[in-house]
Design a protein around this ligand. Sequence first.
Ligand SMILES: [Zn+2]
Length: 298
Amino acid sequence: MKPIQLGDMRVHKVHEMDSPVPLLGQLPGTTSDDLVRLMRWYDQPDEITADPEASFMTFSVHSWVIEIGGMTILIDTCCGNHKDRLLPEVHQLDTNYLGNLRAAGFAPEDIDMVMCTHLHFDHVGWNTKLENGKWVPTFPKARYLFSRRDFEYFKNDPAGEELHNQAFIDSIVPVMEKGQGEIVDEDITVLREIGDGVWLEPAYGHSPGCCTVNAQAGGPPGMFWGDVIHHPVQLIRHDLPFAFDADGATACKVRKTTMDKVADTDTLCFPAHFRRSSAGHVKRDGDAFRYEFLGSGD
Ligand SMILES: [Zn+2]
């Protein structure tokens, strides 16, 4: 996919994998009416039909790289290779993610900063790579920023979060031990100032400390959503919780607030799991929203 230019900021998508899973396992409240409405603007016949039982949710797992103010920032680092995971679909992966990063124009040593919207396994995996039997930071020159609330939560090995606890041990702890990790508040400004730089905004619900990454440089703003939303059907049903939200009710409220904020504006949105170009604009559509994907994507 071609990079996206937003004023003086350039955004690249780096794909790791697509993972199709039955829709109702992820978004159990989805109805046939929702899907019929979705199909008016989201045409993915291999994924969505009018029958929720027969429909899939295909997670695109990808990172975003932004070039802004002389910095190269990697947002969310996907699942990673060679990691033991309780979820069979992502256990011991061997993808070409680093090749895709190079194809986008970046070597690991080019990354100045890694930002994780939250500390779930599919957003932190490439923080580390296996080298001589040890997990070491993949990006040797990068500062890695982790949100305080998620860090405090996952460091205590919480019950019921075993999959993410695995990721904490092999993808967060080695970065901290190497001195490259930094625990930050969820409203920190990372570069320059709000409105002209890079800053975080809290978006709690899907995880205790998840946030959006916001960036702007002399053009339209970009909002990197993390998992504020998982699938386009949640623009129609913003009240539809994702089965693996830590706090589904709060996540739904945050989704609605986020959509209200960006709808019918020039903010370009960058969800963590939409397919195609993934990037797009939110439009109001009666009592709901719809999404205009940017270009055809890959
Ligand atoms: Zn995710």
